[in-house]
Design a protein around this ligand. Sequence first.
Ligand code: HEM
Length: 483
Amino acid sequence: MLFALVPPGWTALVFLLPPFPGLFGRQAVLPGLVCALWAGVAAGLLAFHPVLSGPLALAGMALVLVLVRGQLSASLVHGSLPPGSLSFAKGVRALGRRDFYQREFRRYGPIFRSSQFGAPVICVSGLARICQLLRSNADQLGPSPLSFSKSIQGNFIRYMNNDTHSFYGGLFRRAMVGPSPAEVEVSLLEQAQALLVSLSGRGWFNPHASLHRFSRECLNLLLFGFTADAIGQHFAELSEHFGCSSLGSVVRGLERRQFDELTRMLDIQLARLKLDPGTGQPILLRLSQVNSSMPDRVCLENLVFMHKIASDDVASLLLWLLYNWGVQTEISEQIRVMEATQQEQALDAFMAETLRLAQSEYLYRRVQQEFNFEGFTFPRGWIVRCCVWESHRSAEELSSPSEFRLRLDPDSYDRGHYAPFGMDRHACNGVDLSNSIARAFLKALAGGISLELKHSEPFQRRMRHWSHWAPNRAMTALLTLSS
Ligand code: HEM
């Protein structure tokens, strides 16, 4: 009787108690209602057809097993586990608190255990410690892949095994690292200026869609050399639709057809670029210059997903830049009146500070073979969350590390305490591309636009532990051409 009713009723509360419905909308309400309905049906059936209580109790027990799988896994471990709680409810409710990990580090120390939808996780803070953990246990730690990767031939680059990654990781890095050609930088700046001028005529507007589009358009150019011609337009439209597909599931049906079509279009674009390379040096072409038998199907499919994921990453960065520019008014005003060279350095520092405090969050790995680190056992199958955002905010090398400041001393962003783009063999390939786009956007903002913001808080995220926090989806902006 208890098993039939209590587990679904309790799970419903985990998803439906405030602030979850307000923060996550449908993502919280749907599972909450399903569990509430389950509990309601169970109560009705138990009242009127008690004979059904057996199967209902079995279903409830299955749910309990899912809820306590972290604790079950912990009970099988012989060594000393990090302190912390594997409670399903606490792990899910953590999604609604941006300071959850900081508070737990304060309570338990730099390594603690937690749960993500029941799966056991070990959280680690401190960049030096994280670096040591990843280095000294490189063979025991593997990727923690999201399901979309199964749709890609050879896997997504982040989740490739070491042998495959040695080839493709090196190939992509050689093709992607390095500044963009000067013409491309100019073109990005012009696009950013045109965007802001057009938005300045719109009164109060929600910037999310415009910044997502701008991010995608910049990456269309930098990655593939697409312009606004017919094929470029077609790619832009299709990739916008494909951008809505979930990373948490395998690509199927219509999305699979879109994915195949996008891959086919990259093949066509490569042939066009080979005939007329131009001066832009898009990554698609650079891959073939680094290795003449590339890009193969693995590269092309990876590029489609890289474009999709990076469009979101860069769009989030642009939203945070806009937010900080609007909120840190003293700093933005100070930068606006600087002379050109000094202003460029200050804009780079503004961007780095935004990455440090807003955009960077974590690195995930999965334990493939049990090992010990700093006196704690890391059991096989457990997830490791390296908490980069929290490490940035507690860096002892910086004064007031959790405050947004204009830090012009280059040591402020030393790799020892600054890693928004990751740190081991899987560190980000797109740093230069991301910087080019963000720099162009900031330069355009600093060049005679005044900005006001409304409804930018509370910050929001999707209801997943790997999703990034962002300014509120209801945020609106007013841009005015000032001089
Ligand atoms: C705001 C912008 C961005 C941020 C904060 C960011 C952050 C990161 C981080 C933290 C990692 C390491 C993940 C891990 O170790 O598990 C990573 C990897 C990666 N990023 Fe980015 N990224 C950004 C933009 C981009 C862009 C624009 C591209 C390319 C178009 C890109 C391509 C990649 C790739 C390919 C990897 C995997 C590299 C490998 O496994 O060899 N990223 N990124």
